[in-house]
Design a protein around this ligand. Structure first.
Ligand code: AMP
Ligand code: TRP
Length: 328
């Protein structure tokens, strides 16, 4: 048996290139080396209100995205978080170990509380504890995520250690895998902010379902830095460096080689080609996505089978946890 790997994406809003390059792309590559469990974190998504009919569609779309990206249900478990009640139960148990002050320090909570100030609900505050439950239920060794989840993963490790100290060795302390390149894809409209699902300006991101024309337009409008030269320099040319990162990850060419190819050429040529690179990657992806998304019965079958396998693992851990605590 390989080591266990767990990760998830919340099916809220659009899924963009940052999500793909920061998270899902790595998952596909890690599938052969680990026992993988990939969740659709619907309970996390609802910490920001989701209209029910759209929510239902988004959850299944997320499954189609996983499959289109190359997650193989024969190798990996794919399941919907809310299908397994152990996630909510372990969250409650971990809630008794987490300090309010620890949750108050979470930068994502502080950001979201500011942005969604009309709905600072308890779930938004408790979000990292549910994440810890997700991970710990599967005795996870490694968790591949983008940079923005690092603080949540540290809290998860703290809670696992705390539980083990109070109740005896139970949880594995998971390791975070953050890839250097692609861990933080920045907004096309502002290289100081990350590409984000909840960005107000659609020119911040490219979604996995954007049309070719829209991609061309978005790349054309993407901000660039002063000067003309194509070079990679995060300090002096943050916007261009972000575009080079996207180019490199989608074309599987090293940044150095791309920079060399564009010596003496300007931003405009580079941008035209970058749009092509993105379109060439997304076109076949979108075809696969459409095919999976049309076949809702197949999606549900994959998710049901995934939930059965995941449930077995999760319930076993939960039993052990309850027993250690003294619950009857
Ligand atoms: P979220 O969009 O917050 O549900 O994130 C899903 C996954 O995508 C997580 O692993 C994030 O760390 C990753 N992610 C989100 N935004 C970015 C970004 N701009 N660059 C790289 N990874 C990202
Ligand atoms: N909160 C994560 C995000 O938005 C998604 C997520 C939920 C997750 N549970 C997880 C990621 C467990 C890793 C492990 O990115």
């Amino acid at each position: 048996m390989n080591q266990r790997l767990f990760s998830a994406v919340a099916p809220s809003g659009i899924i963009h290139l940052g999500n793909y390059l920061g998270a899902i792309k790595q998952w596909v590559e890690l599938q052969n080396d680990y026992d993988c469990v990939f969740s659709i974190a619907d309970y996390h998504a609802m910490t920001i209100f989701q209209p029910p009919q759209e929510f239902r569609e988004k959850i299944l779309e997320m499954a189609a995205i996983y499959l289109a990206a190359g997650i193989d249900p024969k190798k990996s478990i794919i399941f919907i978080q809310s299908n397994i009640s152990a996630h909510a139960e372990l969250t409650w148990i971990l809630n008794t170990l987490v300090k309010v002050s620890e949750l108050e320090r979470m930068t994502q909570f502080k950001d979201k509380a500011k942005r969604f100030s009309q709905n600072i609900n308890m779930g938004l505050f408790d979000y990292p504890v549910l994440m810890a439950a997700d991970i710990l239920l599967y005795k996870t060794k490694v968790v591949p995520v983008g940079e923005d989840q690092k603080q949540h993963l540290e809290l998860c490790r703290t809670l696992a250690q705390r539980f083990n100290k109070v109740y005896g060795q139970t949880f594995i302390i998971p390791k975070t895998i953050i890839r250097k390149e692609g861990a933080r894809i920045m907004g096309l409209d502002d290289p100081a902010k990350k590409m984000s699902k909840s960005a107000v300006n659609p020119y911040n991101y490219i979604t996995l379902t954007d049309s070719s024309d829209l991609i061309k337009e978005k790349i054309k409008k993407a901000v660039t830095d002063s000067g003309k030269e194509i070079i990679f320099n995060l300090k002096e040319k943050p916007a261009l460096s972000n575009l080079l990162t996207i180019y490199s990850l989608l074309s599987n060419k090293p940044i150095k080689e791309i920079v060399k190819n564009y010596q003496g050429k300007g931003y405009s040529q580079f941008k035209t080609d970058l749009a092509e690179v993105i379109i060439n990657f997304l076109k076949p992806f979108q075809e696969r996505f459409e095919n999976f998304n049309k076949d809702q019965n197949y999606l549900k079958k994959v998710l049901n089978e995934g939930a059965q396998k995941a449930r077995e693992i999760a319930e076993k851990t939960l039993e052990e946890v309850k027993e250690k605590i003294g619950l009857i």
